[in-house]
Design a protein around this ligand. Structure first.
Ligand code: GTP
Ligand code: MG
Length: 196
């Protein structure tokens, strides 16, 4: 697919505001500040398609982007922003859960983790959910530019062995939006999910 023509479509505050179910879509999930919006921008070669921010919790809505008429990318709200009131956090989780469970055109989830803070509670929840629903998961260890290559690779290998029981369902790669590392590998996975 040509990701460079990706355009913003619509934001949804609730599941019933999502665009109609047709074609296929892939969602980007992860803790607040993990680098979801930056990864979408790196993938599409646009610096301002998805809004990025130093302030965690920037993306509060489910944002839909259209690659073409049949294929979409979805920027999910970041999980776990500490300064958000407890009640709002629960709302987000509810909407996120509803989206993941109800959306039939969802063919896979890209789960982003800051390579310096992998496998936090939210990540574990997403992994368990993928196992249960048998939906493929592609993990990006983001901001890999923050570590030396050997150290980054070591973390990836350790995570692969931790998730050995999910072979075939989970793939893991290093990624850096800053250095554009791993963009082609990500495109390969998305192509395989979206173009079936
Ligand atoms: P929320 O929308 O709050 O959930 O955050 P997000 O996951 O969309 O993160 P975002 O892309 O906004 O990035 C958060 C911060 O991390 C920003 O300051 C980015 O510049 C920085 N960042 C993102 N990707 C990278 C990367 O690959 N390398 C480095 N060094 N910084 C990055
Ligand atoms: Mg964001």
């Amino acid at each position: 697919l040509n990701y460079r023509t990706t355009r913003f479509m619509v934001s949804a505050a609730r599941v019933d505001q999502c665009p109609p179910e047709y074609g296929r879509e892939v969602a980007f999930a992860g803790r607040s500040n993990a680098g979801k919006s930056s990864a979408l921008n790196a993938l599409t070669g646009s610096s301002k398609l998805a809004r990025t921010s130093k302030t965690p919790g920037r993306t509060q809505l489910i944002n839909f982007f259209e690659i073409d008429e049949e294929h979409r990318l979805v920027d999910l709200p970041g999980y776990g922003y500490a300064k958000v009131p407890e009640k709002m956090k629960h709302e987000w989780q509810r909407h996120l859960g509803a989206y993941l469970e109800q959306r039939e055109c969802l063919v896979g989830v890209v789960l982003l983790m800051d390579i310096r803070h992998p496998m936090k509670e939210f990540d574990q929840i997403m992994i368990d959910w993928a196992r249960q629903s048998q939906l493929p998961l592609h993990i990006l260890l983001t901001k890999s530019d923050k570590l030396k290559f050997g150290a980054a690779k070591g973390i990836m290998i350790k995570l692969r062995s931790q998730l050995k029981d999910m072979e075939g369902l989970v793939t893991i790669q290093l990624f850096s939006s800053l250095k554009k590392t791993g963009v082609d590998e990500l495109r390969g996975t998305l192509d395989s999910w979206l173009c079936q």
